[in-house]
Design a protein around this ligand. Structure first.
Ligand SMILES: Nc1ncnc2c1ncn2[C@@H]1O[C@H](COP(=O)(O)OP(=O)(O)O)[C@@H](O)[C@H]1O
Ligand SMILES: [Mg+2]
Length: 270
C-alpha cells in the first residue's frame, strides 16, 4: 500500500478537487484506489461519491467501533473506494481529535492492519494547516502531494508545510518524496504568471504539474461527478492526467529506491 496525503497550508487551494480527480484518474489507469476523507468538512463525497447524501457516516463511526470498516467504505465513481469522514457534531469531532492526539500513529497502524494489497494507492484528503489530521496523515505518508496556488499567500505559507513534512515524514526511510501541484493557473494574469515562475524555480524537480483555472472544475462539482467524466476533453482533465502520470513515475522510482535500500546488491568480492 502507498499512502498519499494531499496537503496544503491554506484552505480553498484545491486539495479536495485534486484528491478526487487524481483518485478517479488513477483508478482509470487500472490502479486500486482507496480515497479517505480526513477533513471534518466531509466534502470529498460531493466530488466522487455515487450517493453523496448516503455518506453521512464513515471514518469516525468506524474508528469508534460504531460501524464495521467494511460498511463505512463505499464504492464511488470510476471504481474508487471512498471512506467519508462522516457528518459529525462538534462534540464527537473534538473527542475524535483527542483520540488522534493521544495516539499519534493511529492512522498508520490502522491502515497497516487493513492488510491492503501492496500496490493499492490510499489517497488522503486533509484540512488546511497544522492539525492532528495532518500529523496523522504525514506519519502514515509514503508520498505527499502539496496543493498550492500561484499567489503570494501560497508562496509565503509554503514553509509551514515544509516544516510539517520535515518533522513527520521526511525522516522516515519509507518516505518516497513530495510532489507539488500548482492550481488555478490563469495564463491571462500577469501576476499569476510571475508567481508561477518563482514557484517553478523553487519546486523543481518536485513539481508534479499544474491545474489550470477551468470552469469545468466547479461545473463538475455542481454535477457531483469527477471532471474526467463531466468534461473529458477539458484542460483540467488533461492537467490531472499529466499530474497522475508524474505521480505514478515518482512512486515507482521511490519504491525502487526503497527496495534497493532494503536489499542492497551484494558487491562481488575480489
Ligand atoms: N483548477 C480549478 N479551476 C476552477 N475552480 C477550481 C479549481 N480548483 C479548485 N476550484 C474551485 O475552488 C474551490 C475550492 O477548491 P477545494 O478543492 O474545495 O479546495 P480545498 O479542499 O483546498 O479547500 C472549489 O469551489 C473548487 O471547485
Ligand atoms: Mg477540502
Amino acid at each position: 500500500m502507498v499512502v498519499i496525503p494531499v496537503i496544503s497550508s491554506k484552505g480553498g487551494v484545491g486539495k479536495t478537487t485534486v484528491t478526487a480527480n487524481l483518485c478517479t484518474e488513477l483508478a482509470q489507469r487500472g490502479r486500486q484506489v482507496l480515497a479517505i476523507d480526513l477533513d471534518p468538512q466531509n466534502a470529498l463525497r460531493f466530488h466522487i461519491a455515487s450517493e453523496p447524501q448516503a455518506c453521512d457516516t464513515g471514518l469516525v463511526e468506524a474508528a469508534t467501533g460504531q460501524m464495521p470498516w467494511a460498511r463505512a467504505i463505499r464504492s464511488a465513481h470510476g471504481g474508487v473506494m471512498l471512506l467519508p469522514f462522516g457528518d459529525v457534531d462538534d462534540e464527537r469531532q473534538i473527542a475524535f481529535e483527542q483520540q488522534l492526539a493521544h495516539s499519534p500513529n493511529w492512522l498508520a497502524e490502522t491502515l497497516t492492519r487493513f492488510g491492503l494489497p501492496s500496490d493499492m494507492l490510499v489517497v488522503l484528503d486533509t484540512p488546511p494547516g497544522p492539525t492532528v489530521y495532518l500529523q496523522q496523515a504525514l506519519r502514515a505518508a509514503h508520498f505527499s502531494v502539496v496543493a498550492v496556488l500561484a499567489d503570494a499567500g501560497s508562496f509565503a505559507t509554503l514553509p509551514i508545510i515544509e516544516r510539517m513534512l520535515d518533522k513527520y515524514a521526511r525522516s522516515r526511510p519509507d518516505y518516497f518524496g513530495t510532489g507539488y501541484v500548482v492550481n488555478q493557473i490563469d495564463p491571462g494574469k500577469r501576476l499569476n504568471h510571475d508567481v508561477f515562475d518563482a514557484l517553478r524555480q523553487r519546486l523543481r524537480p518536485d513539481l508534479l504539474g499544474v491545474l489550470h483555472l477551468d470552469q469545468a472544475v466547479p461545473e463538475a462539482l455542481a454535477s457531483a461527478v469527477p471532471v474526467q467524466r463531466y468534461a473529458p476533453m477539458s484542460q483540467a482533465t488533461q492537467d490531472i492526467a499529466a499530474c497522475a502520470q508524474r505521480l505514478l513515475e515518482r512512486i515507482a522510482l521511490g519504491q525502487q529506491q526503497l527496495q534497493n535500500h532494503l536489499s542492497p546488491r551484494m558487491e562481488p568480492t575480489r
